[in-house]
Design a protein around this ligand. Structure first.
Ligand code: CP3
Length: 353
């Protein structure tokens, strides 16, 4: 289906939403994880004015502005609301700061008292600004451009809460899950509930679809993946659909094996985001009857540019030709990415084959 056909019934006007609904669109709809961010000079300017990262997240006017910046510059098919996955623990009462150049610091949740101290409801002072920013963005976004809300998957969010920071191997959360299984289950249960509430709030505010980021799903053994990644995802999707029956859901389980991805494809989601290590042909064969596929350019190819970029874009498009595909990176765009390479990527993705 070409883009003009995708805008006709029964599929929605947005090429991105049409693919999530079941259409094949060529050239594929395109957005980039972390598309609002430090590679853009206009982002760095607003970020400097805001002072710190959380002020930017919690000031609707500024969050809306940086959400729109990549849409203005590149005309992506979807905007993703500017926020962070750690807003959810913050709204549950966990202390959170972002130190320049060092990443997030949280007050660690390491024992039963820490889990019991989590708030019963999301602090409106933390989540209402996210919903206000979504409403502001949706009000000015072109009708054909979708707006994506998001949250972190419970497992990935828990890895930051238990360690109090990012870690190389997520050992603190993995050990808690092994040593204190019931306590860890309680933490995951709290995050499942909070995720449903936060995603539903974003959809009510105007998000057209949601993505659930499971950045650290690749470190778990298959049994643990089922318990801490697949099962919570299934519950989040069911809980969200009980409130918003038709909202499309994309899962991004970074580093997950093909067998693990197959478990997720049965969780009621509409699409799976593949990282750059995924075997596209195998993923297409085993998953595309159930879900659309999103991805999966290595962000380093976008830094390198030239043939390293162009050839892989051509391979990605060939591998997904005739399938439901949303073009994206295999993880977030990095701050050092040259703008000229992003322009080259936009041209290559939009070019007819
Ligand atoms: O994609 C977008 O443009 C929307 C905004 C968005 C951010 N973070 C903004 C951000 C999204 C969707 C996220 C998700 C997120 N946040 C994830 C999952 C996806 C992934 O990248 O793996 C994770 C693990 C986090 C937690 C987080 N936030 C970390 C570990 C860091 C520090 C590392 C870094 O990149 O600096 C952040 C900070 C952060 N979140 C920045 C941005 C633009 C950079 C902070 C800054 O501008 O100073």
């Amino acid at each position: 289906m070409d883009r003009s056909v995708a805008t006709r019934s029964p599929f929605r006007q947005s090429p991105f939403l049409a693919v999530l609904d079941g259409a094949v669109v060529d050239p594929p709809p395109f957005w980039m994880m972390r598309q609002a961010g430090r590679y853009l000079p206009e982002y760095r300017q607003v970020r400097a004015e805001a002072g710190d990262f959380l002020t930017l997240c919690y000031t609707p006017k500024l969050a809306a502005e940086v959400t729109l910046q990549p849409i203005r510059r590149y005309g992506f098919d979807a905007a993703i609301i500017f926020s962070d996955i750690l807003v959810v623990p913050h709204a549950l009462g966990v202390g959170l700061t972002f130190e320049a150049g060092e990443g997030p610091r949280l007050s660690p949740v390491t024992d039963a008292a820490g889990v019991a101290a989590l708030a019963d409801r999301l602090d409106p002072a933390k989540v209402d600004p996210v919903y206000a920013a979504i409403a502001q963005v949706r009000a000015v976004l072109p009708a054909e451009t979708a707006l994506i809300g998001f949250c972190g998957a419970p497992w990935t969010v828990a890895t930051y809460m238990v360690a109090g920071r990012g870690t190389d191997d997520q050992a603190p959360a993995r050990l808690m899950a092994l040593r204190e299984e019931a306590l860890f289950q309680t933490l995951i249960d709290r995050l499942v509930e909070a995720s449903i509430t936060h995603l539903a709030g974003q959809v009510a505010a105007g998000a057209d679809a949601v993505q659930i980021f499971d950045t650290w799903s690749g470190v778990l053994d298959p049994h643990s993946f089922g318990r801490w990644c697949a099962e919570p995802l299934r519950r989040i999707v069911a809980g969200l659909r009980a409130i918003h029956p038709d909202v499309p859901v994309i899962a991004f389980p970074k580093g997950a094996t093909l067998e693990a991805l197959e478990q997720l494809a049965d969780c009621g989601i509409n699409a799976i985001g593949l990282d750059w290590s995924a075997d596209r042909v195998a993923a297409r064969r085993r998953l595309s009857a159930k879900v659309a596929l999103q991805g999966n350019l290595d962000p380093l190819r976008l830094i390198a540019g030239g043939a390293a970029l162009e050839e892989e874009v051509a391979r990605i498009r060939a591998d997904f030709a005739g399938a439901r595909h949303i073009f994206n990176l295999g993880h977030g765009i990095r701050p050092e990415t040259p703008l000229a390479h992003v322009e080259a990527l936009v041209d290559a993705v939009r070019r007819s084959r």
